[in-house]
Design a protein around this ligand. Sequence first.
Ligand SMILES: [Zn+2]
Length: 303
Amino acid sequence: MANHHLFVWQRSISVVAAAALGFMAGFSLTVDKSISQKAVNTITLPLGEQSQNTANSQSLTAQPNEPFKQLVAKLMEAEKAKRLNPPVPAQFKAKTINDIPLSSGEKVIALTFDDGPWPKTTNEILYILNKNNIKATFFFIGRNVQTFPHLAKLVAEHGHAVGNHSWSHPYHQHSTAAAAQQIDRTTKLIYKLTGIKTTMFRPPGGYLTNGLVAYAHTQNYVNVMWSADSMDYAVSSPTLLRNVMNQSSPGGIVLMHDGGGNRMGTVNALPEMINQLRKQGYKFVTVPELMEMREKELQANKG
Ligand SMILES: [Zn+2]
């Protein structure tokens, strides 16, 4: 829960203002009136984004009650989730992408992890990413989110981007209704647990013609494929590392897995992969960040 304190509040403003700012920023959280009313009378909070090291609680001018602290934490989490998972830019809506090379040629690359959340390995990967100060993109399977909701929340709390990888990872042909069930149910659950309203889809097995992608496109999802396949589900750590390094490219999207089986090979290869990519000059971005960078280039060209 330490991640609730990722944002440190600096300027002193009242809770009313904090809540109001949140709502102005487009939050759709339900605020318990009795809680916020009580809080209004008793609490003053410092607001702002600063160092992560200053403990939130130390900068409070009064001791907040527990429900209030939870409310603030929830608002802040929702704000962070929204910032890290912005709406898909128009040029990518209902499109399929494998990578997004930038006109600038900037060496950015997006690490993506499928089939989680998953016990042990999701945690291990979060630890490695955090240690290296990297944000990645996780494509969740809905039923795994249902089974391991705390892990889904943890991924979001760590500030990673989250996408939809269907409810049960099916490969067969789907009617529109069945596809809708696979995709809508997953997106709803992710939203309920994390506040992230994703419109990124990655098809199970990369199958493009079984009705899932077709449905996702009707809902304006971007279909996120990859340009570098680690094949981590089938090969050893050294091989998957070599696969990624051989296929890495500016604007590239790397496919790995944090769930769906024993993914310790991925966990073991990840630190060296990060090392080698950094040595080659790569910066790590999320898929939404990559889309946003391209969108900015497009806007700049228009202007
Ligand atoms: Zn998968």
